[in-house]
Ligand binder design. Structure first.
Ligand code: PGA
Length: 234
């Protein structure tokens, strides 16, 4: 059983979500399906699909115009929230430290944070991939986390680019993340792969050791693209 999570980013509509949920109703799978959608689309009930947000405030409540707290996300019935996505790190200057604060907020409000880590092209070319991944995990995961977290390895240079690392690169990164989590007392934490996952590569990627599922951007927007990813593995 794998975890198949979609990240709609700033796309979609409430109608599109309702169509997706209807389309997923009859899909024969035991995989866990999560859809992380814009805040305005949360509040939808489905016994098939778990809902998630894409970001959360690092603050509990108060004068933070425009921000959404973990408690508010939880109040919609959502169970998950992505934190530290590459686009938040790139466009909103989110550091591992901020990501850890957000993940802590999520955990203390009963949400499972999907904590993203991964290297940029510059970091990859400088030979820093392993260092960035390991520090990403050590510094972004709350020190008192006892479980109920998911890690997503997303090589930032590959997101939305139609590029994927080699199987060996994915295996090496996921082994490092699994070992790092074990050394932090969090062995067994699910680790997803994300970046340019599609129906044609999903099964192969999820056959790599320590890949417990996928986080899918573009190919999660339409049932015709998303369902083949869900059904590509048992
Ligand atoms: P992509 O995005 O599947 O469109 O590459 C993945 C992500 O950003 O989570």
């Amino acid at each position: 059983m794998k975890i198949i999570a979609g990240n709609w980013k700033m796309n979609g509509s409430r109608d599109a979500l309702s169509n997706m949920i209807t389309a997923l109703r009859d899909v024969d799978t035991e995989n866990t399906i999560i859809l992380c959608v814009p805040y305005t689309m949360l509040g939808v009930e489905s016994d098939r699909v778990h809902m998630g947000a894409q970001d959360v405030s690092a603050h509990d409540h108060g004068a933070f115009t425009g921000e959404i707290s973990a408690n508010m996300i939880s109040d919609t019935g959502a169970k998950y929230v992505i934190v530290g996505h590459s686009e938040r790190r790139a466009y909103h200057n989110e550091t591992n430290d901020i990501v850890r604060q957000k993940a802590t907020m999520a955990l203390s409000n009963g949400l499972t944070p999907i904590i993203c880590v991964g290297e940029t092209m510059d970091e990859k070319q400088a030979g820093k991939t392993m260092e960035i991944i390991e520090s990403g995990v050590r510094e972004s995961v709350p020190t008192d986390a006892t479980g109920n977290i998911i890690i997503a390895y997303e090589p930032r240079w590959a997101i939305g680019a139609g590029l994927t690392p080699t199987d060996t690169e994915i295996a090496t990164a996921h082994k490092l993340i699994a070992d790092t989590l074990t050394s932090m007392g969090l062995g067994g934490t699910p680790v997803l792969y994300g970046a340019s996952v599609k129906g044609s590569n999903a099964a192969q990627i999820m056959s790599i050791p320590n890949v417990d599922g996928v986080l899918v951007g573009g190919a999660s927007l339409k049932p015709d693209d998303f369902i083949p990813i869900i059904t590509s593995v048992k």
